[in-house]
Design a protein around this ligand. Structure first.
Ligand code: ATP
Ligand code: MG
Length: 248
């Protein structure tokens, strides 16, 4: 697919196929078009050219909430949280989009409704536990350290049982200790929930250790695709990215 912003071709002939359960990475210099690709996949933008298929269904041009309900979860480069809600409420809110009891049930408190409420509660706590932040369930998100806010966002992304999870720089702004914890969480989520993960990262350690296949993007084009080892030794990648930026 391709995408133009006015005269700028931000994404040029981009192609990607992710199989169930895979962990893939996307790297490249600032402004290369990485986040734009996520915004195209998740329905925030409609590609100028091309198609997006999820589980055999065409999702090109669908609204973001529809795409999300079809099994695509994501987190944002700049956290997008409801600043005054509690941690637990965040995850529950996301889960509500899955409930089926409808308005009548919501008014009259049918047994089905109560059962579903209970399930949502339990599921939300289980996700917070997986993220290691269940003890913060009743805290207002705005009061939490940055690393914990990233975990809340990830729990929210998982609340709708996605088949694929898109993470836009999940360790940005984290200290080395938080980074190690986040990597462990990503591994755990992958193993326990068996979903596919597509990851944008500037921290090389994270991509190289987690991803099976990595794409490198430069000026909207994929200039290399391969295993971590292939990418690290690819002269084009070194020239366009690895040799250029100070990375840890
Ligand atoms: N909504 C928009 N309108 C116009 N131009 C945009 C828009 N969003 C992104 N761009 C431009 O498209 C290009 C790609 O931006 P994008 O945010 O996808 O890069 P990125 O690879 O995610 O960079 P970073 O590593 O800094 O997050 C940049 O030149 C950016 O200025
Ligand atoms: Mg970006």
């Amino acid at each position: 697919m391709s995408h133009d912003f006015g005269g700028l071709r931000a994404v040029n002939n981009y192609d990607l196929e992710i199989e169930g359960g895979q962990i893939r990475g996307l790297i490249g210099p600032n402004g290369a078009g990485k986040t734009t690709i996520f915004n195209l996949i998740t329905g925030i933008y409609k590609p100028t050219e091309g198609e997006i298929i999820l589980g055999g269904k065409r999702i090109t041009g669908l609204q973001p909430h529809r795409v999300a309900s079809m099994g695509l979860g994501r987190t944002f480069q700049n956290l997008q949280l409801w600043r005054h809600m509690t941690v637990h409420e965040h995850v529950k809110m996301a889960r509500y989009s899955k409930i089926t009891y409808g308005l009548i049930g919501a008014f009259f408190g049918t047994p089905k409704r109560n059962r579903e409420e209970e399930e949502i509660d339990k599921k939300a706590y289980a996700l917070l536990e997986m993220m290691g932040i269940h003890h913060l369930a009743d805290q207002i998100v705005i009061n939490l350290p940055y690393g914990d806010q990233r975990r809340v966002e990830m729990a929210r992304a998982l609340a709708m049982d996605p088949k694929i999870l898109l993470l836009d720089e999940p360790t940005a702004g984290m200290n080395p200790e938080e980074l190690i914890q986040m990597m462990a969480i990503i591994r755990q989520v992958h193993k326990e929930l068996g979903l596919a993960i597509f990851l944008i990262e500037h921290r090389l350690k994270v991509v190289m250790e987690l991803c099976e296949i990595i794409q490198t993007l430069d000026f909207g084009r994929v200039i290399a695709e391969g295993t971590p080892e292939e990418i690290q030794n690819n002269p084009k990648v070194i020239d366009a990215y690895l040799g250029r930026e100070a990375l840890d």
